[in-house]
Design a protein around this ligand. Structure first.
Ligand SMILES: [Zn+2]
Ligand SMILES: [Zn+2]
Length: 427
């Protein structure tokens, strides 16, 4: 591998508090130097004038559908969509077929990713066998095979005793426990957030408290066990408040938010359009405002997309019948800029932190999410001004389920560099 000079960009690295126009020199897959006017004889040159140069973005919550549902996404296509969205690392959830609940499945994903993926893939293992919520999965063996966290995302552990045992185990392996916080008895049969909009549309509601009671339970269990607990896709006001409170008490509690949950409220959804159907559902305006405040105040630690591809045939059904989830990888930077930075809610540095150092710390990825000499050269280059239109029909994903098709963004990914190689570059 040769040398690559990323010249004259605005380099933002939250870990070292760097925010200055500088060069980044990459050699043999590693960051070799960062500084002004670097000597780069013989290096390939990438002119980043006017662009942001950041540590490689990490999406700690995606669904790649392989093994088992390759008609909707594969490790290869999901990784391509990630690269096109400016992500250099992704963490696939275990709800594949078979479920990633053993070292065998973890190893399969790791090997496939080595062969097929243009970005780094750090799998998340299941909490329980088959994600059935009964018996603990082979957590220690999966960790040996490369998982970075455990979760039964989509099929939350309803039995508090099982969750307690899982946290005790996870703690001994220093793995975070990521919970999709949803009391399935409270949300049963719901299709969208329970509120004025669901009443008006005549759709069954999913109350915010179905999320809140599980966030409360898991915070208490985390305190009891000393385990690191991470709330997946936080969406409700009370949940954000509880996480903030847990942090003030010094507990190891973190959370992520998806772009769609800070970008859209329930009243903004296209009625009966399945591209607006996801779990948790788009919440009410007050919930969205709380999520935005949590991003500003520090209660929220990361932005993760919950990229959830579904084949057209699955999503082209009546609203009540179609599955939950939308694509997210390619629109995340655009939405974060639009809703968080261009509105002056947070600084560009804070936005970069939410996509890099935030998830890297939660997952103990010590070599990622930072721009420092000696570390793997994962770099995300993006711009903050150029207008572009998202065309889901040209997505690198195999699926097309996005509510942001034809949306005009201001700023987005320009180039994605993984371990020193440019794996994606925009037009
Ligand atoms: Zn989930
Ligand atoms: Zn998910």
């Amino acid at each position: 591998m040769g040398k690559l000079l990323i010249a004259n960009g605005r380099v933002i690295d939250p870990a070292s508090k760097l925010d200055a126009v500088q060069d980044v020199l990459i050699q043999d897959g590693l960051i070799a130097a960062i500084g002004p006017n670097l000597d780069a004889t013989g290096a390939q040159r990438f002119d980043a004038t006017g662009l942001i140069v950041a540590p490689g973005f990490i999406d700690m919550h995606v669904h790649l559908r392989e093994p088992g549902f390759e008609y909707a996404e594969t490790i290869e296509t999901g990784a391509r969509a990630a690269a096109a969205g400016g992500f250099t690392s992704i963490c696939p959830m275990p709800n594949t077929q078979p479920v990633n609940d053993s070292a065998t499945v973890t190893s399969y994903i790791v090997e496939r990713a080595k062969r097929d993926a243009v970005v780094n893939v750090f799998p998340i293992g299941a909490i329980t066998k088959g994600s059935k919520g009964e018996e603990l999965a082979g957590i220690g063996a999966m960790r040996e095979a490369g998982i970075v966290a455990i979760s039964d995302d989509g099929r939350p552990v309803m039995n508090a005793r099982v969750m307690r045992r899982a946290m005790e185990y996870a703690r001994s392996f220093n793995l975070p426990v990521i919970d999709h916080c949803e009391d399935l008895h409270l949300s049963a049969g719901g299709d969208m957030h329970e509120g004025v909009a669901s009443t008006r549309l005549g759709l069954r509601g999913i109350p915010a408290c179905s999320e809140d009671v599980m966030v409360a339970r898991d915070i208490l269990l985390s305190e009891l066990t000393g385990a690191r607990f991470h709330v997946a896709h936080i969406s409700s006001r009370h949940s954000v408040e509880m996480v903030a409170f847990a942090k003030t008490r010094g507990l190891s509690v973190t959370c992520e938010v998806t772009p769609h949950h800070f970008a859209l409220a329930d009243e903004e959804m296209e009625p009966y359009d399945s591209n607006y159907k996801m779990k948790p559902p788009l919440r009410g305006r007050r919930d969205v405002d709380s999520v935005l405040s949590g991003l500003v105040a520090g209660a929220i630690d990361a932005i993760a997309t919950d990229h959830a591809p579904h084949a057209g045939s699955e999503k082209m059904q009546e609203f009540e019948k179609c599955p939950f989830g939308i694509l997210g990888l390619e629109t995340a930077i655009g939405l974060a800029l639009e809703k968080l930075v261009h509105t002056n809610r947070i600084s560009l540095g804070r936005m970069v932190e939410l996509f890099t150092l935030g998830p890297a710390c939660i997952l103990s990825l010590e070599n990622r999410g930072r721009l420092q000499p000696g570390l793997p050269a994962d770099v995300t280059i993006f711009d903050t001004a150029r207008a572009w239109t998202y065309d889901v029909n040209r997505s690198a994903s195999k699926s097309r389920n996005s509510p942001f098709d034809k949306h005009v963004f201001r700023g987005g990914p320009v180039a994605t560099i993984v371990n020193g190689a440019i794996v994606w570059q925009g037009a």
